[in-house]
Each structure stands twice: as C-alpha cells, then as structure tokens.
Design a protein around this ligand. Structure first.
Ligand code: ADP
Length: 175
C-alpha cells in the first residue's frame, strides 16, 4: 500500500471543483462532446482542446481507447490537470465492467505519475453512455478501494441527488 485514500462525495458541477486533477468522462475522439466533457471544455477554455488536438496528432492518432486515461492542462479550471478517460457504452449483451473499472484505475495511475494528491471524478459512463447508476457507483467505489495509489482524496462529484445517493449507499456498504 502506498497510503490511505479517503473517498469523499459532493453533489454539484465538477467544473466548479478545486482539486489537483479533475477527471473528464471523455469520448475517444478527445475533441469534446456533451455532458461533463462539454462542461469541462466550456469552463476550462481552449487550452484543453488545443492539447487534446496535439495528442490526436501524436500518440493517439486513432483516439484514446476505452478504459485508458491521459492528462492535459486544466486550462482555466481550478486544477492543475484534466485527466481524460473514456468510459464504455453500457451493453445489456456484453459485460463491460472491466473497462469501466479500468477508467478509475488508469486515471489514478496517471494521477500518481503526475503527483496529484486530490482527484475529482464524475460518475463515468452514467450519462450518454447509459450505465445504470447503482452498478456504476459500485464499480467506481470498489475499484478505487482496491487500487494502490498515492492519491490522498478521491472525490466523486455527482451531478444530481439520485447519483449522490447511489454513491453514498456504496460508501456505507463495507467502508
Ligand atoms: P458518459 O458519456 O461517460 O456517460 P456524461 O458526461 O454523459 O458521460 O455523463 C456522466 C455523468 O456525469 C452523468 O451522471 C451526468 O449526469 C453527470 N454530469 C453531467 N454534467 C456534469 C457536470 N458538469 N459535473 C458533474 N457531473 C456531470
């Protein structure tokens, strides 16, 4: 174990958070989208998209694969970095849980590389990608608890009350 990670919950807009790193529920194009992605680029300003375009022109010519994570500047956000990760689209015929878990694990690995101590996560895949909230909350909390990281605070930032309560129920279970 590298250290103890505290998990905290906040209901609100992730772009209003102050943290070392803010995680973006991106899509593989890295060129913006709706939901969290749109909000991060709107509030963070053009520097984030500029760096995403450079990533597309270099290491990620085909886009960022599902389950992986990469960092950029946080632009005008109150953070040092944005960590972009691509959640899986929920499927009723295929179990993609390992990919969703990978988003949390890989984001924390990138956070460790950067030296980030506080990391804010949205509920990845629960918007446009339709992952059921209770199951997404379970995977998020279990994965963070099982990941060896130097990150001191993992803060889940939940947009609405329903999401907040889904994550709170997971924290009460076995914390
Ligand atoms: P995905 O494509 O991974 O499903 P979305 O951005 O569509 O990502 O949604 C992920 C979750 O983030 C959803 O629960 C959505 O309600 C929530 N969300 C949307 N905007 C924000 C925001 N500004 N801050 C925090 N959470 C947000």
């Amino acid at each position: 174990m590298t250290g103890m990670t505290t998990i905290t919950l906040v209901q609100g807009d992730i772009t209003r958070q102050s943290a070392d790193a803010i995680v973006n529920a991106a899509n593989s194009s890295l060129l913006g989208g709706g939901g969290v992605d749109g909000a991060i680029h709107r509030r963070g300003g053009p520097a984030i998209l500029e760096e995403c375009r450079r990533l597309r022109a270099s290491k990620y010519g085909k886009g960022l694969p599902t389950g992986q994570a990469v960092a950029t500047t946080a632009g005008d956000l109150d953070a040092r970095w944005v960590i972009h990760t691509v959640g899986p689209v929920h499927s009723t015929t295929e179990d993609r849980s390992a990919l969703l878990a990978s988003c949390y694990r890989e984001s924390l690995r990138v956070a460790d590389e950067l030296g980030a101590r506080t990391v804010a996560f949205p509920a990845i895949s629960t918007g446009v990608y339709r992952w059921p909230m209770d199951d997404a909350a379970r995977i998020a909390v279990e994965t963070v608890r099982a990941t060896d990281t130097a990150v001191e605070e993992v803060r889940f930032v939940l947009f609405d009350e329903r999401a907040y309560h889904a994550f709170a129920a997971q924290l009460e279970d076995g914390s």
